[in-house]
Design a protein around this ligand. Structure first.
Ligand code: PLP
Length: 356
C-alpha cells in the first residue's frame, strides 16, 4: 500500500475502506442500521474524549459550522481568526445576519490566550459563542483549544465554545469534556481518512438547551433533532449509508487496532520529520511552536508551483498554497492513514526536486 497523495484533505483512503462504500444499501430505519450506528456512536466518544452526545450529519464540515452558529447564537459571536478556515466562521456568521466580531492573530500565528482574555474582559457586550479553529489548515498552525476554552469559561461564563476540528480530529487529541467544549465538529476526509460527505460532531447538554431556545433553527441542521435521534440510535433524515459503513469500519480500526495514542504519536512523528527534512530548501512560515501534526505549509526557495508540477510528473500530489499564502507556499498533508515510510519516500523525491 503506497500513498503518493499528500494533500491536506481529502486524504488517501485505504482500499478496504473504499470497498465498504460498495456494500448493499440497508434501510435507515432497519435493525441493521441501528447496529451500525450504535457502533459508530460508541466509538465517537473516545475519539472526541466525551461522554456527551455525538452524532453524524450527512454534510461537509461547513454545513455543521453553519449549524453550530444557527443553533447556538441568537445575536453575537466572537470569531478567532488566524487563516482562511477560521475566517470561514466569520463569513458564515455574517451570512446569517449575526453580529460578528473578530479577534485576529494574523496569518501563520496561533490565537494568543491572553489576547482572548483581554478582548473578553474589555468587551461589555455578551457573546453567545466564541469560535475556535483547532487546526488552521491554510497555515499549518494548531491552536491551544484547552487554554482558549478555559479563558472563555473564566472571562465569559455562559458563552458557548464552538470548535472546528476538521483537520485535527483523528490526527491529534481532542478532549471535549476536559476542555469544556460545547460543539465540536469534523468532516471525515482529513484525519479520519474517509471519502468526503459526512461530518461527525459532539455537543454539550448546555448547547442543546441553548439550541432549544432558538425557535427558528431550521430543519435539516436542527442539532436538537440530531441529538434526540442519536439518543434513540437513529437519524432525522436519510443519511449517506455507504459513508456510515466506511466510518464504522474506520473507527473500529482506529480505536481497537491502531489505538488512539499510537495514531497521535505517528502524526507527531510525521510533523517532526517533515519540518526537519524540508529545512534545507524551505522556510516554515507559521508559528513554529504551534506547528501542526497533520499539515505543513512551506515557503520554498524555488517556485512552489514548479515544485508541485515536477512532483506531479513523478507521481506525487502535494497541496497548493491557500488564501494569502497561495503564491508563496505549498502544503504537505501528513494526516489520516499515511505512514512514516510513505512520507519519507515522498520526502526523498521532494528533496531531489527542491534542491535540484
Ligand atoms: N475547517 C477546516 C479547518 C478545514 O480545513 C476545512 C476544509 O479544508 C473546512 C473547515 C471546511 O470543511 P468542508 O470542506 O468539509 O466543508
Amino acid at each position: 500500500m503506497t500513498c503518493k497523495f499528500f494533500v491536506p484533505g481529502p486524504t488517501w483512503i485505504r482500499p478496504e475502506l473504499l470497498a465498504e462504500l460498495a456494500r448493499p444499501v440497508i434501510g435507515h430505519r432497519s435493525a441493521e442500521f441501528r447496529d451500525l450506528y450504535a457502533g459508530i456512536l460508541a466509538n465517537l466518544k473516545p475519539l472526541f474524549g466525551t461522554a456527551a452526545s455525538t452524532f453524524v450529519v450527512t454534510s461537509s464540515g461547513t454545513g455543521v459550522m453553519q449549524a453550530a452558529l444557527e443553533n447556538c447564537v441568537a445575536r453575537r459571536v466572537l470569531v478567532t481568526t488566524c487563516g482562511a478556515f477560521s475566517e470561514r466562521w466569520f463569513s458564515i456568521a455574517e451570512s446569517l445576519g449575526l453580529e460578528a466580531d473578530r479577534l485576529d492573530a494574523g496569518w501563520g500565528n496561533a490565537i494568543d490566550p491572553e489576547a482572548l482574555a483581554d478582548h473578553l474582559a474589555s468587551r461589555r457586550a455578551h457573546y453567545d459563542a466564541v469560535t475556535i479553529t483547532h487546526n488552521e489548515t491554510s497555515t499549518g498552525v494548531t491552536n491551544d483549544v484547552a487554554a482558549l476554552a478555559a479563558i472563555v469559561r473564566e472571562e465569559s461564563p455562559g458563552t458557548m465554545v464552538l470548535v472546528d476540528a476538521v483537520s485535527s480530529l483523528g490526527g491529534m487529541p481532542v478532549r471535549f469534556d476536559e476542555w469544556g467544549l460545547d460543539v465540536c465538529l469534523a468532516s471525515v476526509q482529513k484525519g479520519l481518512a474517509l471519502p468526503p460527505g459526512i461530518t461527525v460532531a459532539a455537543m454539550s447538554n448546555a448547547a442543546i438547551e441553548r439550541a432549544k431556545k432558538h425557535p427558528y433553527r431550521g430543519t435539516y441542521f436542527d442539532l436538537v433533532q440530531y441529538k434526540e435521534k442519536a439518543d434513540e440510535v437513529s437519524v432525522p433524515s436519510t443519511p449517506s449509508i455507504p459513508h456510515f459503513y466506511a466510518l464504522a469500519a474506520q473507527l473500529g480500526r482506529i480505536i481497537n487496532s491502531e489505538g488512539l495514542d499510537a495514531r497521535y504519536e505517528r502524526h507527531r512523528q510525521m510533523r517532526d520529520i517533515t519540518l526537519q527534512r524540508t529545512a534545507k530548501f524551505a522556510k516554515h512560515p507559521g508559528d513554529a511552536a504551534h506547528a501542526s501534526c497533520t499539515v505543513t505549509a512551506l515557503q520554498p526557495v524555488k517556485s512552489p508551483d514548479a515544485i508541485r508540477t515536477e512532483m506531479k510528473k513523478r507521481g506525487y500530489t502535494l497541496g497548493g498554497g491557500y488564501g494569502e499564502w497561495k503564491e508563496t507556499t505549498f502544503r504537505i498533508g501528513h494526516m489520516g492513514d499515511i505512514t512514516v515510510e510513505d512520507l519519507n519516500a515522498m520526502l526523498d523525491v521532494l528533496e531531489e526536486v527542491a534542491l535540484g
